[in-house]
Design a protein around this ligand. Structure first.
Ligand code: PLP
Length: 392
């Protein structure tokens, strides 16, 4: 058996969660407390999240998809309305628009930032436009000032999908402080995770009250308020609400995930830098540098694989890396190319060429604070090896 010159990891997972002892202890304490669903730990997580972002209201929900849905409802978006968004996102951003009966209107991305291009969004506005829904793709903040000005000038609601961007800062301001509604995800692969979960932030007390009621059956009082005070407390159903509340079991994870978010971001930055340096001389296209005054949340490290430059296409590189022990992922196939959107709204390939180029060529490399520097170097070597084999 040949001796290993260095101990190479045999498999690098795409996004291994980083769960610490504190999370484990808190989950156990929650189970032992006898209060499993929305209660004191959710309140604590909401307060800590609001303080972290610097926003008056944070409402914990069971997903970012729920946050997007409730934001659109709170903004009064409904049938006959249009919402301008990016085609380069997860389907939930557009599905939520469909859920409220509105029409998603896509505008192309900026080829450098891969975020919704403000000029393209402005060109897509019509008298029916009711809201703007930019997405901080991969953790890179969108041009928040341009979208804030556009929303204010045209009387539109600004809803940001910040599923990738808990730690983001744009022009010195934290993501979650400049939009009317900002939606965060705590899905298993996200930078802060509760397994499943989400958070909605807003500065409006009136909207926050309405969102809370809508998030739990439309009841005027939540379970903690109904059962914890002693005695029977009546409630009234004021609307046919949804079942979107977060459980204390989820918040038990979130409280400690949030406490480590800055530390974890440093780990993500270190891995990002290893990739950026290690891939610099290769034929793949790396993420653009970060804009001055902004902070990238480093959620996804995406490379573009152009067949003509690399000698193999994205699918071939992905398979070659899998064979070499490196898991990859795809963010995202452009929404307008999915059959529901093409069939229902008549979208066609060719309408959003920049988003389509990314959609066709993008490949996400493993990135997680649980990754070691050795694993990141291993990934670089495998990309190098796979390209060399293809003759590049
Ligand atoms: C993950 C994700 C969502 C959905 O988040 P959930 O918490 O799973 O509902 C929405 N938008 C984007 C861009 C995402 O990546």
């Amino acid at each position: 058996m040949p001796a290993l010159t260095h101990p190479a990891p045999v498999h690098v997972a795409f996004s291994r969660p980083s769960i610490g002892e504190a999370e484990m202890r808190e989950v156990r304490a929650t189970l032992e407390s006898g209060w499993l669903t929305t209660g004191p730990r959710v309140k604590q997580f909401e307060q800590q999240f609001a303080a972290f972002v610097g926003v008056p209201h944070a409402i914990a929900l069971n997903s970012c998809t729920a946050a997007l849905h409730l934001s659109l409802l709170a903004a009064g978006v409904g049938p006959g309305d249009e919402v301008v968004t990016t085609p380069l996102t997860f389907c939930a951003s557009a599905n939520a628009i469909v859920h409220v009966g509105a029409t998603p209107v896509f505008a192309d991305i900026d080829p450098v930032t891969m975020n919704l291009d403000p000029a393209a969004a402005a060109a897509a506005l019509t008298p029916k436009t009711r809201a703007l829904l930019p997405v901080h793709f991969a953790g890179r903040p969108v041009d928040v000032r341009a979208f804030r000005e556009m929303a204010d000038q045209s009387g539109l609601a600004l809803i940001e999908d910040a599923a990738h961007c808990v730690e983001g800062i744009a022009r010195g301001k934290r993501i979650g402080t400049t939009a009317d509604y900002t939606c965060f995800s705590f899905y298993a692969t996200k930078n802060v995770t509760t397994g499943e979960g989400g958070m909605l932030t807003t500065a409006s007390s009136d909207a926050a009250d309405r969102i809370r009621v809508a998030s739990l059956h439309g009841m005027s009082r939540d379970a903690w308020a109904r059962y914890s005070g002693g005695g029977v407390v009546d409630y009234d159903v004021v609307m046919p609400g949804f079942k979107y509340n977060m459980m204390d079991l989820q918040a038990a994870l979130g409280i400690h995930q949030l406490a480590r978010v800055e530390e974890n971001l440093k780990r993500r930055e270190a891995i990002w830098d290893i990739y950026d340096e290690g891939l610099a001389d290769l034929a793949v296209e790396r993420p653009a540098p970060i804009e001055f005054g902004s902070r990238h949340a480093r959620h996804l490290y995406t490379i573009l694989v152009d067949r003509d430059r690399c000698g193999l296409d994205r699918a071939a590189l992905s398979s070659a890396l899998a064979a070499r022990g490196v898991a990859t992922s795809l963010h995202f196939r452009a929404i307008h190319l999915h059959s529901f959107y093409a069939d229902r709204f008549g979208f066609k390939r060719g309408q959003f060429p920049q988003a389509e180029r990314v959609s066709d060529q993008t490949l996400s490399l493993p990135l997680s604070p649980a990754m070691t520097a050795d694993e990141a170097h291993f990934v670089v070597e495998q990309v190098r090896g796979a390209l060399a084999k293809a003759g590049r």
